[in-house]
Write a protein that binds this ligand. Sequence first.
Ligand SMILES: [Zn+2]
Length: 316
Amino acid sequence: MTATPVSAAALAEPSPYAALAALETRVAAIGFRLTTANAAWCPVQQPQFGWIWGDPRLYDPDRRVEALAVYGAGDRDAAFIAGIAPTAPAAAAGMRVGMAVLGMQGAPVPEGRDAHPFARITAIEMQLAALRPTAPLALDVGDGATLNLTPVAGCVSDFRVEANEKPGAIADGRMVLVNQGLAQFASDDDELAAAIAHELAHNILRHRARLDAAGVDRGLGKQFGRSARLFRQTEVEADRLSVWLLAGAGYDPAAAASFWTRFGQREGRPLFQAGTHPNWRDRVAALTTEAAAIYAARATGKVLQPPLIDAPPPLE
Ligand SMILES: [Zn+2]
């Protein structure tokens, strides 16, 4: 046997940040499509640029150089674009992954209020979300260069990817956080879009604020009694709306049932969600019912009209 020479580069492990960066662009694209294609249904809108932000402050100092190199970002302490939807106006205007953003509308980007690694990104996103949804935006991208972008009006939500192997996602009212493990679990973009649409539906339906207003227990009491019942109600609502968000954005409405079936059957699923989440078989039955309603509306040429958005039932 003769050994085949292998170059040192081929032997080198790919950086874990490369997979993270690829997923950020994928989630940016899905989030942009879900929020903008469904904008007309959303009672509150914000500008959507189709990007996910990055910041050198997110990385341990000993990994920072490696991470920034993956994104093609410079080594200065500036927020940068970590992922961008290929169809977004930001991409058409010349925005690219790794590009630093030093200023917006003629002022330096906000620094954020505390030392949390995400503080600057959060401050930037909140400042942008408060702008008129289609107002042009001038970005200082360094070296005296300015990029002028016109966003697309979309439903409320920014998107973030977490380097977390657990197949989970969170909606906090203004943000959808997608774990890397969730994207690995989804079989394709339609299934990943189904999971993201569920979280986006929580934000569109203002579940976090409405649960807080209803005084639910977010601690141990979450699993029991009235709090558990109200959490379950929001889960059912997010499931129902998610199927319509998929359909409205041109994804396969059946992907919701297929994703949540596999998710419900997976090994090692946490039992502690038993109180706050409906049984997965009931969820899949409800998702299938919504998809059937969409197919029926399409077959008769009716305009799709999603449930819940205009008047979600009270949480009480
Ligand atoms: Zn949920």
